[in-house]
Design a protein. Structure first.
Length: 436
């Protein structure tokens, strides 16, 4: 074990009202953040306002931390300031106490590479901190003392500072969103259909992106598409994709750009989803959404995830949604069919594929072509000029040209996505006006 690993040893803890606590996801999250999970403590009971788990279970937790020489305790619950203080007092000195949402923010912070991602992480952290700062100040004022339950000094100006920072970050994210929307419109005018991958983490979205774009070279320096990324990681860990990765897809009939977006995760609070909603603009503004799920998971778990995804997308998404049942290489055909039938109300006519092996990915390509907006047919009659030749060349690059007749005038018949037809009409109008 390396020195760094020994310094990031964690015991996970979880409380549920009833049933058996499942720590699978919190363990995955802890590992994604770089922690070595060395133990766990769970509790089934109603929430204890003072310690969440209850005094006896907190004592058990403290013993487990000491036995494993852990440096952190990670709760798969949200802890209030009072609970954080009380539980922290029972743990060995120097042990970090992290709740579920603070852990997610830690992962986001580690993965943030772009300015947009870094701003979203900062915004989420401020949203997390604001109610705690407000509660601390309010209770301290009420008690007429300069601190609350040992949580430290409070400063009323801290609330105002946080709100001001939130406002500043929102403004900068809005500017970034405007730039990205302009870029999307440029792509549409250039004949590209935009497809977005959505779904939970570890469903295989990044692997599917690589499969759809297989053997396609992407020029990262292309002026028209400055954010095209020639690589997309596909690793078995949560939150590999924090920002967005876009690649040109391997499609015979259309020019398609596919974007992989940040993965959903269960039980995210509204303030955290809100902080990262600009990342979902790639989904909301797409022409088609591929909602990727892991077909090997239990049917009830898949159903719950689909409901959450649809609820999230329903807010602003207008594009058709195609559910992709991924990882069919890990289950037999009978199980795939049972899952398909059980989810028919939520996912009518899904496409079952294996992004890892490539099985049935061609069927998915056919479905993408069928679901994208229909092309419009157009005929343009143009004056015979040098500028007309440039327009004809542009149409060849961005549309399906059926015929071109060169005579006293140039007559071109083609079909293309609506944005390209509209752009070509505008260019043709300028040419006719100039030659009049």
């Amino acid at each position: 074990m390396t020195e760094e690993q020994s310094e990031r040893r964690a015991v996970v803890a979880k409380r549920v009202d009833s049933g058996t606590p499942d720590t699978t996801e919190i363990r995955d999250l802890a590992r994604a953040a770089g922690y070595d999970v060395v133990g766990e403590v769970t509790q089934t009971r109603t929430e204890d306002p003072a310690t969440l788990l209850g005094e006896g279970k907190v004592a058990t937790l403290a013993r487990r931390v000491a036995e494993t020489d852990a440096t952190a305790v990670i709760f798969d619950n949200q802890l209030g300031p009072y609970q954080t203080y009380n539980v922290g007092n029972e743990l060995p000195t120097g042990v970090r106490l992290i709740d579920r949402f603070r852990l997610i923010l830690e992962i986001f912070g580690q993965r943030a590479r772009t300015r947009k991602a870094q701003l979203q992480v900062e915004l989420a952290e401020l949203r997390y901190e604001l109610p705690r700062a407000e509660a601390k100040a309010s209770l301290a004022r009420r008690d007429e003392r300069p601190g609350f339950m040992g949580l430290g000094e409070y400063d009323e100006s801290r609330e105002r500072d946080i709100k001001a920072q939130i406002s500043r970050i929102r403004e900068e994210l809005e500017q970034i969103a405007k730039t990205e929307e302009h870029r999307r419109e440029q792509r549409r005018e250039s004949g590209f259909d935009l497809v977005a991958l959505a779904g939970y983490t570890n469903a295989g979205k990044s692997t599917l992106l690589r499969r759809l774009a297989e053997d396609v070279e992407v020029d990262e320096n292309e002026d028209l598409h400055p954010d095209l990324d020639a690589t997309a990681e596909s690793e078995d860990r949560l939150f590999t994709t924090l920002g967005t990765t876009t690649r040109r897809a391997d499609m015979e009939q259309r020019d398609v750009l596919v974007t992989d977006t940040v993965g959903f995760i269960s039980d995210l609070p509204h303030w955290l989803v809100e902080s990262f909603k600009s990342t979902l603009d790639s989904v909301y503004r797409a022409d088609l959404v591929l909602l990727v799920v892991d077909v090997s998971e239990p049917i009830e778990e898949i159903r719950e995830k689909l409901v959450t995804c649809h609820d999230t997308l329903a807010e602003r998404n207008e594009a058709p949604i195609v559910t992709v049942l991924n990882k069919i290489d890990t289950v037999d055909d009978e199980e795939v069919e049972r899952t398909r039938e059980s989810l028919s109300a939520l996912a009518p006519n899904p496409v079952a594929v294996s992004a890892r092996t490539g099985e049935r990915v061609d069927e998915l390509r056919d479905r993408i072509d069928a679901e994208l907006p229909d092309y419009e047919r157009e005929r343009l009659v143009l004056p015979m000029t040098d500028d007309t030749m440039s327009l004809v060349s542009w149409i060849h690059d961005h549309a399906r040209v059926e015929s071109v007749d060169y005579g006293d005038q140039v007559v071109i018949d083609f079909e293309a996505r609506p944005a390209v037809v509209e752009r070509s009409r505008s260019k043709a109008g300028d040419l006719v006006e100039a030659s009049a």
